[in-house]
Design a protein around this ligand. Structure first.
Ligand code: R5P
Length: 283
């Protein structure tokens, strides 16, 4: 029997699963209503639910998983191509809550396996440091490198901060392009300073900014304007996860990049790099 797939909020669809029939909707007061129209007993389950806007999505997800467990499902895999709550990976100031760890514990208590793409691993070196459930981490670096090879001539890859070196270097090596890493200082959610040392000698290249998450887009916006001040052509901005909080996308467009390209871990009009095959490689 094919595993049963619940597509909760997913740009993906896979032939190898049977699609589960269910209703998830909100009551007028914001509470969630869930109805599962499938026999789930002894079934292997895949839930496709990218957890951007996690506070809204986590409760219906937990209701679904609790129901499935109660009905005697065999194994539950959550495929959340974007994994939230990874950036509070340290107690920066006394009294702060280490939400990355608590969120990981909450999910690990309820699912058997997690599949995700490029989680923000900075101070944690791997997901198992906080996720107790089995987990599989996928990387979009090959797909991003392929996009660059086919669409951008003579690129210079720019990682906007120290954390980004892990993927900027790998993508640059794959493409056969040079790379530089910017120095970013974040003052608060919306204030970011950026310097791009060593970039001047690449004036003839097409600048390509690559980051994992685009949230407020301030990181990308500051990089776009630093390049403009230095007299570069407008850059191509590539992000894995199109979080785009509030007006972030419009603000980034207004900053004047050549293009904004994202992977489809979160549904967004900028999705141009399809990760279906990458995700399917984990099943
Ligand atoms: C930070 O460490 C991440 O890699 C991203 O650079 C960051 O999340 C981007 O955030 P924002 O779009 O809000 O500047």
């Amino acid at each position: 029997m094919k595993p049963l797939a619940f597509y909760v909020d997913s740009p993906f669809y896979f032939e190898q699963f049977e699609k589960a029939d269910f209703i998830l909707r909100e009551f007028p007061d914001g509470e969630s209503y869930l109805k599962i129209n499938a026999d789930v007993k002894n079934r292997e389950i895949f839930i496709f639910n990218s957890l951007n806007n996690p506070n809204q999505k986590i409760l219906p997800l937990l209701f679904l998983v609790k129901y499935l467990k109660e009905q005697g499902t065999k194994h539950i895999t959550l495929a959340s191509p974007y994994l939230p709550y990874m950036r509070q990976d340290k107690i920066f100031n006394p009294g702060e809550v280490l939400s990355s760890k608590y969120f990981a514990e909450l999910l690990s208590d309820h699912i058997d396996k997690l599949i995700t793409v490029d989680p923000h691993l900075h101070r944690y070196k791997n997901l198992s440091e906080i996720y107790r459930c089995e987990n599989k981490v996928l990387h979009a670096t090959n797909e991003i490198a392929d996009y660059i090879k086919h669409n951008i001539k003579n690129p210079i890859i720019i990682g906007p901060d120290a954390e980004s070196e892990q993927w900027a270097k790998e993508i640059a090596d794959d493409v056969g392009a040079p790379y530089v890493i910017a120095q970013k200082k974040r003052m608060n959610d919306y204030e970011v300073d950026m310097l791009i040392p060593g970039i001047e000698k690449f004036k003839k290249n097409t600048p390509v900014l690559i980051d994992d998450i685009i949230s407020t887009a301030q990181t990308m916006i500051k990089a776009v304007s630093a390049l403009r001040i230095l007299g570069f052509a407008p850059p191509v901005c590539i992000g894995v996860h199109a979080v785009f909080a509030g007006d972030a996308y419009e603000n980034l467009v207004a900053a004047g990049p050549e293009k904004i390209i994202t992977c489809n871990t979160i549904k967004h009009s900028s999705n141009q790099i399809d990760l279906s095959d990458l995700l399917a490689s984990a099943f």
